[in-house]
Design a protein. Structure first.
Length: 157
């Protein structure tokens, strides 16, 4: 039984402890209708496919994006590829995967495209991202973002 595709990509060092923690998070975050955890450890949620969510977490670039978005709230694509020090098409491809999985939402303002964590992200998934960010900060990304000249100005967030 394996929850993550790659043990290296798992936000928890010990998979069994991670599963226990995830089970407690899901149980505590669902008050009106409990989620079911099956024998294959797939969590059923009407708005987010569990496999797609954990596929998002399996890639380091996407984890770095989540760290930046959780710290900053909302970022433009230009800010993300500058902070990650990666080519824009590569960053855009990863953002598309995250958007398609239901983890991110998009807001357009003129020529700018801003990304943020989706407001419909279930609480259990948000908590998993929060715990992951606490354990894996990427300070170089934050430094590059802070040093970026001419960051876009947001008229409404």
């Amino acid at each position: 039984m394996m929850l993550f595709r790659c043990a290296r990509a798992a936000p928890f060092r010990d998979i069994s402890n991670g599963l226990n923690m995830l089970s407690r998070i899901v149980t505590s975050c669902t008050r009106s209708r409990p989620l079911q955890i099956s024998e294959t450890t797939h969590i059923v949620h009407p708005m987010l496919e569990t496999q797609a969510f954990f596929d998002v977490l399996s890639d380091e670039i996407r984890r770095r994006v989540l760290c930046l978005l959780l710290k900053e709230g909302e970022l433009c694509v230009c800010e993300l590829f500058q902070a990650l020090d990666l080519p824009q098409p590569k960053v855009s491809r990863h953002l598309g995967v995250m958007r398609d999985a239901g983890v991110l939402s998009v807001r357009r303002e003129g020529t700018w495209v801003f990304y943020r964590l989706d407001a419909q992200l279930p609480l259990w998934a948000y908590k998993v991202v929060e715990f992951m960010v606490q354990g894996s900060a990427f300070p170089e990304d934050v430094q590059r973002l802070d040093a970026m000249p001419n960051r876009p100005v947001r008229c409404c967030t």
